[in-house]
Design a protein around this ligand. Structure first.
Ligand SMILES: O=C(CO)[C@H](O)[C@H](O)COP(=O)(O)O
Length: 158
């Protein structure tokens, strides 16, 4: 699978290990930075990774910041992105099976390498369920995205 990976300065130490894990699992990785431990704001890296996901250049994205929280907030502001913090095995596959999550966010200050390996594998091997209720709910998310975008456009016109 083609995967884009990125992280801010707080995620930098773990991001290298995530890439190692992905390579070992046979995935094709695009490293979106950061490329050194200097401070960089998580929204900037989030945009780079998520652009690759929404343009279908890659199938999934993985973001690493201090907690995974900031990256997931930023990612969920980008149309077409469904991001989730994945710090336990059940959520890591259920978020794909039920919610078609396409960007996994992890916190380098929260979890260690051994768990990361299992979380990443669990996320990437999961498949979106064909059950109608899950499909319907994800369609509703896309509709919500359009509704609020329209509202923003109207506010900006005033
Ligand atoms: O986890 C994060 C956002 O949710 C960031 O990685 C974190 O806030 C960075 O903090 P600092 O600049 O103090 O290293």
């Amino acid at each position: 699978m083609k995967i884009a990976v990125g992280g801010d300065h707080a995620g930098f130490p773990l991001k290298g290990y995530v890439i190692e894990v992905l390579n070992d699992l046979g995935h094709e990785v695009t490293d979106c930075g950061s490329f050194d431990p200097n401070p960089i704001d998580f929204p900037d890296i989030t945009k780079v990774v998520c652009e690759k996901v929404r343009s279908n250049e890659v199938e999934k994205g993985i973001l690493v910041c201090g907690t995974g929280v900031g990256a997931s907030i930023a990612a969920n502001k980008i149309p077409g992105i469904r991001a989730s913090v994945c710090h336990d095995i059940y959520s890591s596959h259920q978020c794909v099976e039920h919610d078609d999550v396409n960007v996994m966010c992890i916190g380098a200050q929260i979890i260690g390498p051994a768990l990361v390996k299992e979380l990443v594998d669990s996320f990437l091997t999961a498949e979106f369920s064909t059950a109608v209720e899950f499909r319907r709910r994800v369609e509703k998310l896309a509709i919500m995205e359009k509704e609020y975008a329209k509202e923003l456009l109207e506010v900006n016109k005033k």
